[in-house]
Design a protein around this ligand. Sequence first.
Ligand code: NAP
Ligand code: F7E
Length: 383
Amino acid sequence: MSKIALITGITGQDGAYLAEYLIKKGYVVHGMKRRSSLFNTDRIDHLYQDPHKENRNLILHYGDLTDSMNITRIIQEVQPDEIYNLAAMSHVKVSFDTPEYTANADGLGTLRILEAVRLLGLTKKTRIYQASTSELYGLVQEVPQRETTPFYPRSPYAVAKLYAYWITVNYREAYGMHASNGILFNHESPMRGETFVTRKITRAVSRMVLGMQQKTYLGNLSAQRDWGHAKDYVRAMHLILQQDAPSDYVIATGITTTVRDFVKMAFAEAGIEVAFRGTGVDEKGFIADVDETAFAAAVGEEYLEGIRGRIGSEVVNVDPAYFRPTEVEMLIGDPTKSRTMLGWEPEYDLPALVKDMMQADIKLMKKDSFLKAGGYRILNYFE
Ligand code: NAP
Ligand code: F7E
């Protein structure tokens, strides 16, 4: 008998990688997706199966974390062995603009799932993974951050996720549920949402090397993050639910890097050296040098002429619009527990992650340039 998993947030970055991973492992995967006026399944279209096909291993249900009746109905229908609660309003900066909605979806949404499992009498059958986050550490109280480090959230997103973290622990202790938190540090991929900083950078750099864009505007260049690859992190989610006892785990690489250095690494993938001068809002990134052989190999000889003319020109400016009212300046995780207890090891390091993202975005933007489709989101349909 195949195991049955229910993934909320299946249309997101992690949901897509996890669905693919579980299907390969022989699971039947049910996913909750929101109704939207446009198709929002780009990331899982390669897994989609016609509803008229028998024995499907991917089944989608309309739903929303803010609607407890619909959550209860889906769980009742699906009778899952494992629930991965990945759905969330996941953008930290946007959570300052939509704090009540964020609390509802990211905080109470988790309660709705736990309570549905309890009311349906599934506490012994259904294991629950809660997508907790390194943002809980916020104004960090210890370096590096581990499972025992006190939390100090710094955004409405992190405060909502703090509630979700503790309600998961509470249901575990109160009702003996197999409910666990994965405290995941930032993880990225070619499927990362376009407004998170890594993807914003790899998209912008790809467009710049192809001559489609002159510069990009970023916020806090000195912020430091512990960045890993989403493919590695979804393996950890699955491992957490395969343990005999529920628990909470930090998933991280143990290495931290500034946004500024991520920019340099992204350009370096195209053979371009970028340097920074100035401070604060006046800091500028500019092209210092180009290795033409590396550029031709990564981007294409036909684009060499264009990039030659850009040596010395600015490619990064700071725009305070991207600053947050309260910032998380530095995160670095200690993954000792997950390495020893789960046997989890990431396959990607940061250079491999940057390479993967840059190669994918250069390819994507070349198609964009070719199609002249007037809006690059359309490209996802052609991938
Ligand atoms: P993501 O790409 O933003 O995906 C979020 C998913 O949640 C999408 O499928 C989205 O649907 C769905 N969603 C949002 N609001 C919803 C609602 N009210 N009801 C139902 N579905 C809703 O996020 P991700 O990067 O994959 O992250 C997955 C989870 O891990 C999130 O909970 C995030 O907060 C958490 N997390 C992420 C990271 C990271 O670095 N990526 C680190 C730690 C924790 P649409 O596609 O329709 O928008
Ligand atoms: O910002 C700085 C920004 O938006 C990273 C979510 O998945 O990971 C993510 O949250 C850093 C911050 O991710 C820009 O100020 C500079 O310090 O890519 P981000 P995040 O806020 O760390 C955690 C673990 C989650 O749980 C969240 O769901 O980069 N930064 N300039 C910028 N950030 C953005 N977005 N855009 C900029 O232009």
